[in-house]
Design a binder for this molecule. Structure first.
Ligand SMILES: Cc1cc2nc3c(=O)[nH]c(=O)nc-3n(C[C@H](O)[C@H](O)[C@H](O)COP(=O)(O)O)c2cc1C
Length: 174
């Protein structure tokens, strides 16, 4: 009898959402660290690559991996009370991954980061609702490779948490 091999359907989904962390009166640095802990723990196990970019007001995330695993993760994330108003930017089958690992970056300001914003938008800053999905994706790829990157987790290595001190210098909650 011929054995049927279950093919992996490579899939991507990206979205942006409004952060509720300030509204909930949460300590931003601590909550972000908890979210990154979850990402670093679960994404490599599910072989989910991609990136999450955030600031005080927004989260934007790209996930890629097995269609079922990405969908399951996305369903879990959208129920998380730490954000709201999830808007899907893109979803569909892909031929290959754009990311080799999973990472996160803080959309703050520096000379280098501001130059990256200007490549994709006339405005210096991170306003996902004002950007085309494609520009936003390119911006995220650039930010995830830049000094804005604060955490990453290699998919081939055991999950680990790397949060550099830059996350400590995030704008304090107002
Ligand atoms: C904007 C946002 C993005 C998130 N992204 C992920 C993610 O990529 N992977 C993940 O495991 N959890 C993510 N989470 C956290 C999940 O909603 C959930 O709390 C977590 O997966 C629970 O798993 P744990 O019990 O292992 O922490 C995210 C949460 C928020 C608010």
């Amino acid at each position: 009898m011929q054995r049927r091999i279950k093919a992996m359907h490579l899939f991507t989904i990206s979205y942006y959402s409004k952060s509720r962390l300030l509204f909930l009166g949460k300590k931003l640095t601590k909550e972000i660290r908890l979210i990154l802990d979850s990402c670093n723990r679960n994404n490599p196990l599910a072989n989910i690559t991609g990136t999450m970019i955030f600031n005080d007001h927004y989260f934007v995330q790209i996930m890629e991996g097995d269609r079922t695993l990405v969908s399951t993760m996305f369903s879990r994330i959208i129920q998380d009370p730490r954000h709201s108003d999830v808007v899907i930017l893109n979803a569909g089958t892909i031929k290959e991954r754009s990311f080799r690992d999973w990472s996160a970056a803080f959309a703050g300001h520096s000379e280098v980061i501001d130059q990256i914003y200007l490549k994709y938008s006339p405005i210096i800053g991170f306003l996902p609702q004002r950007m085309e999905a494609e520009s936003l994706t390119m911006l995220m790829i650039d930010l995830s490779k830049s000094e804005a990157r604060i955490a990453h987790s290699a998919i081939t290595a055991p999950p680990r948490i790397v949060v550099h001190s830059q996350s400590e210098s995030m704008n304090p909650p107002r």
